[in-house]
Design a protein around this ligand. Structure first.
Ligand SMILES: *Cc1c(COP(=O)(O)O)cnc(C)c1O
Length: 379
C-alpha cells in the first residue's frame, strides 16, 4: 500500500534552512546566523505585548490598528496594506496568487533562498538570472523575461549578499517589465538603508499597478519571534492577497507589539545607527585582511557577506568561529561555499570575530595548522 504522494513540484522543494543557534556538538553559540537584532526589542513593544488582548479571543483579522499606524508612518493608504505571518508568508501568497504550473518566477542568483521554495510551492518554474559580482544585474534579469514570466522577486538590500540596487536601477527594471508581471520588492532590510539611499520602492508601489513592496518586523524592529510582515501594492493586488491569506495571520500579542513598535521609532533609529557604525568598523577591519584573500562585500543590510578567496577557506573560517563561540551562516547549499554571512552584532562581538579571522588567516599564511587554543579573542 502506498501513502498519499506529494505533487512532483512539491517533491522538488528543499526545505528552508534556518540560521543555527548551536554548534555541531549542541553547545549554544552566539547567534550571528539569522540577521536578528543584537539590541533586542524596543521596551515599548515588550510592554504592549504583555498587555495584549487575552488569548481566548480571536485577534482582529485585519490588523486594523497596525495598518493604520503603518500608513501614517510611511504616508500610505491603510487600505493598500496587507499583513502576514512574517513577510515570508506574503512572498508565498504573492507567488501563489499570480503564478502557477507553466509560469516562471524570476530572480537573481544568490537571491533570498525562500524565492525558490515559494515559486515551486505553487507549481511555477524558478528562473535564476546571473549576478554581477554578487549584485543584481538588471539587464540579466530583463534578458530572461518571457511571456511565461509572472513574478519577479528583488530583495533590496539582498540577502545573503547585502547588495543594494539604487533607485534608478529599480525604476529601470520596473519600466522594462510588462505590465502583467508582478515586481515584488522585498525590503526586509529597508530600515538599515541610509534614508538618502531609499530605492523608491514604496513610491513605486503607490503609483504602479504591478509592484508589491514587502517589509518585516523581524530585523530592525527586533520582533522576529512575533512573525509579522506587511506589504503594500495597488488595491487589486491587496484584495487578491487578502482572499487567500490566513484568516487570522497576526496573533493578539503580535498586533500589540508591532503597533507599539511602529509608534516608537527611536528603537529602529537606534538600531540603524548602531548597525551602520558597527558594519563600517567591521568592514574596515576586514579590509586589512585583503592580502589574505578575504573580501567583505559592500552591504546596506545588518550583515556582511565575507568571501574567502585565499588560503583560509570559508569552511575553515566557519568551523574556527564556531570553536570560538560564534555561529554564522556558511552557505554551500546556495552555491557560496567560499562565503560566510555574518550578522552585525555588538561592538565586542564584531571585534572578537575580526580578531579571530585575522588570527586564522595569519596562521594559514604561515602554513601552520589553525590552533584555536593559541588564538587571542581580543579581550
Ligand atoms: C529575513 C528576510 C525576510 C523576512 O522574513 P520574515 O518572514 O518576515 O521573518 C524576507 N526577505 C528577506 C530577504 C529576508 O532576509
Amino acid at each position: 500500500m502506498t501513502g498519499p504522494r506529494p505533487k512532483p513540484w512539491i517533491d522538488a522543494i528543499h526545505a528552508y534552512v534556518p540560521g543555527k543557534s548551536a554548534g555541531a556538538d549542541g553547545r549554544p553559540l552566539v547567534k550571528l546566523s539569522a540577521n536578528e537584532n543584537p539590541l533586542g526589542t524596543s521596551p515599548a513593544a515588550l510592554l504592549a505585548r504583555e498587555h495584549a488582548v487575552v488569548p481566548s479571543l480571536y485577534p482582529d483579522p485585519d490588523s486594523t490598528a497596525l495598518r493604520k499606524a503603518l500608513g501614517a508612518l510611511h504616508g500610505l493608504d491603510p487600505a493598500r496594506i496587507v499583513c502576514g505571518t512574517g513577510s515570508g508568508e506574503l512572498l508565498a501568497i504573492a507567488a501563489g496568487a499570480f503564478a502557477g504550473p507553466g509560469d516562471e518566477v524570476l530572480y537573481v542568483r544568490y537571491g533570498f533562498s525562500l524565492y525558490d521554495i515559494v515559486a515551486r510551492r505553487c507549481g511555477a518554474t524558478p528562473v535564476v538570472a546571473p549576478d554581477a559580482d554578487y549584485g543584481t544585474d538588471v539587464d540579466a534579469l530583463l534578458a530572461l523575461v518571457t511571456e511565461r514570466t509572472r513574478v519577479v522577486f528583488l530583495a533590496n538590500p539582498n540577502n545573503p549578499t547585502g547588495a543594494f540596487l539604487p533607485g534608478g536601477e529599480v525604476a529601470r527594471l520596473h519600466a522594462a517589465l510588462p505590465g502583467d508581471v508582478l515586481l515584488v520588492i522585498d525590503q526586509a532590510y529597508a530600515e538599515y538603508v541610509a534614508p538618502e539611499d531609499d530605492d523608491g520602492g514604496l513610491a513605486l508601489a503607490t503609483r504602479a499597478a504591478n509592484v508589491l513592496v514587502t517589509r518585516t518586523f523581524s530585523k530592525a524592529y527586533g520582533l522576529a519571534g512575533e512573525r509579522v510582515g506587511w506589504g503594500t501594492a495597488a488595491p487589486a493586488i491587496i484584495e487578491t492577497m487578502n482572499r487567500i491569506r490566513g484568516p487570522f495571520p497576526l496573533s493578539n500579542s503580535a498586533q500589540a507589539a508591532t503597533l507599539a513598535a511602529v509608534e516608537h521609532q527611536e528603537f529602529v533609529e537606534h538600531s540603524r545607527r548602531h548597525n551602520a557604525a558597527e558594519r563600517a568598523r567591521f568592514a574596515a577591519a576586514l579590509g586589512g585582511l585583503a592580502n589574505h584573500g578575504i573580501r567583505a562585500l559592500p552591504s546596506e543590510a545588518n550583515f556582511i557577506l565575507v568571501l574567502f578567496e585565499g588560503a583560509l577557506t570559508g569552511e575553515a573560517a566557519y568551523n574556527g568561529l564556531a570553536e570560538r563561540g560564534y555561529i554564522v551562516r556558511w552557505l554551500p547549499g546556495q552555491g557560496l561555499p567560499q562565503a560566510l554571512r555574518i550578522t552585525i552584532g555588538t561592538a565586542e562581538q564584531m571585534d572578537e570575530i575580526a580578531a579571530a579571522l585575522r588570527d586564522m588567516a595569519q596562521a594559514q599564511g604561515r602554513g601552520g595548522e589553525v590552533r584555536p587554543d593559541k588564538v587571542s579573542l581580543g579581550g
